[in-house]
Design a protein around this ligand. Structure first.
Ligand code: ADQ
Length: 462
């Protein structure tokens, strides 16, 4: 594919690239050349009408500035208090304000103008996530006919939840302006197609693409993965760090952004249920939950933090012994190598989201295990990862008894069964490794019907 790659994502990485997705996009940009555009981490009233350059590397990084008000309305407001809860089936947490939507559209339009100025005809644009849903529609309105792909990292919403959006009819039009709509799972694709099927403006063509007004969009799933070779290598040499005198015999690990979608209260309560039902009073499992702080300026996130502190206090108060604290709730980020070391050390990985696009922690836990003596993954069936990871113990996190039973079963699982389940999961993790994901997405985008050649394609598929 000729032409540069233009990547748009909310957060522009600074410093050395780390983390699977950042490294994969960095590699794709190194290979083809191009530009990475994202929001400057520091809000500012100055210089909002231009993209400023960050660093000096073989491809360009350009940042756009948000004012404090835009950050509140566009980012914390429309993106994280409207779209995020809608996509995660938490419509009870939606906060609708007209200024949220207005600034969301204004920021996207400003960004579209800045990007359009710099586009060459063969450039390919790859837009990431719910912060930029209308970007392609705005670029099209400025005359851009380049291939533009979108990848949604979070679940595609249910059609009934979509109706709660202000001007819900815009959503399908925004997405139809892309050439390729990439989603995490087959379930997400089914929901996206249901939305188009219910929309009188959409027409299904014989090759499975969707024609919407003058646009043709391909909808497909691209389950995101991790850099498993790197995680396996890190895990082999990683040190979990000191536990001190309280070194747990049976370690259950959870690592999540502190988000209400991750089912952390359900996880804590299920662990409490396990402690309550223990027959062997000498068994002393420890749940180590490391939760990195997230979006503290949104009220729902402050609430969930308070709830978790209360639940962990109650469970520890009820079950702790002088020399044993069953639940350790660590509210901070942990260095990557340390986290991978803890995952390898753990007997059980406990991943309990109520809704999640994919969940990379589940894949990292699998890659971090020693294949000859692996730990067991207990995984919510509401994580995208559960669609293919049939070797995990799949649970419904709303069912506390089922989750407690699965942890209990995992802790007692014979070695043969652990090895077999781990091998099944690892095969899935390797098949979806992040470098394959990037290549598959970009190859599919290259093969999409270009926006200019619409009429010939329509004639052929009619
Ligand atoms: P997230 O909601 O952030 O991502 P996830 O996929 O689990 O969720 O990725 C979190 C990352 O942060 C993992 O790499 C994990 O190791 C790391 N992490 C979590 N807790 C940490 C801690 N306390 N300290 C340090 N690191 C920690 C969104 C979607 C997901 C989708 C991804 C990628 O919500 O569903 O899988 O994007 O598409």
């Amino acid at each position: 594919m000729a032409g540069r790659l233009i990547v748009i994502s909310n957060r522009i990485p600074t410093g050395d690239p780390s983390g699977g997705l950042v490294v994969a996009l960095h590699d794709a940009l190194l290979a083809r050349g191009g530009v990475w555009v994202g929001a400057d981490p520091d809000p500012s009233e100055e210089g909002r009408e231009c993209l400023h350059e960050l660093g000096d590397i073989p491809y360009r990084k350009r940042a756009f500035r948000l004012s404090k008000t835009e950050r509140q309305n566009y980012y914390s407001g429309f993106a994280n208090s409207v779209l995020w809860p809608i996509c995660h089936r938490r419509t009870d947490l939606i906060e609708i304000k007209s200024e949220y939507r207005a600034d969301y559209l204004a920021v996207n339009l400003r960004l579209a103008r800045l990007i359009a100025q710099d586009l060459a005809p063969q450039d390919v644009v790859w837009v990431h996530d719910y912060h930029f849903l209308p970007l392609a529609m705005m670029l099209r309105s400025l005359g851009v006919t380049n291939r533009i792909g979108f990848f949604l990292h979070i679940p595609f919403p249910n059609i009934t939840d979509l109706a709660i959006l202000p001007r819900p009819e815009d959503f399908a039009r925004w997405l139809a302006s892309y050439n390729l709509l990439g989603l995490q799972t087959r379930g997400d694709v089914a929901r996206a197609l249901e939305m188009f099927r219910a929309d009188p403006r959409a027409e299904f063509l014989r090759d499975g693409t969707v024609k919407f007004d003058e646009h043709i969009v391909t909808v497909a799933s691209f389950p995101i993965g991790i850099d498993c070779d790197q995680i396996e290598a890190t895990a082999r040499r990683a040190d979990p760090g000191p536990f001190g005198a309280a070194n747990p015999r049976e370690l259950i690990i959870g690592a999540d952004r502190l988000d209400y979608t991750k089912g952390l209260p359900h996880k804590f309560e299920a662990f409490g249920r396990l402690l309550q039902g223990r027959v062997d009073r000498d068994a002393r499992p420890t749940l180590l939950q490391i939760a990195s702080p997230s979006r503290a300026d949104v009220a729902a996130y402050r609430q969930i933090t308070n709830d978790l502190q209360a639940i962990s206090g109650r469970i520890n108060g009820q079950y702790s012994e002088l020399d044993w604290q069953p639940l350790r709730f660590v509210h901070r980020s942990v260095a990557r190598d340390r986290l991978i070391g803890l995952m390898r050390r753990a007997e059980v990985g406990l991943v309990t989201p109520l809704a999640d696009g994919m969940n990379l922690v589940a894949k990292e836990f699998v890659a971090a295990q020693a294949p000859d003596n692996p730990g067991v993954l207990v995984l919510s069936r509401f994580a995208g990862a559960a669609e293919d990871m049939k070797g995990a113990l799949l649970i419904n996190p709303h069912d506390l008894d089922e989750t407690a039973g699965a942890i209990d079963y995992a802790l007692a699982m014979p070695l043969d069964e652990r090895r077999k389940r781990h091998a099944d999961c690892l095969a899935v993790v390797r098949d979806s490794r992040i470098s394959v994901w990037t290549d598959r997405y970009l190859a599919r985008l290259a093969s999409c019907v270009p926006t200019l050649a619409l009429s010939r394609h329509q004639a052929a598929s009619a």
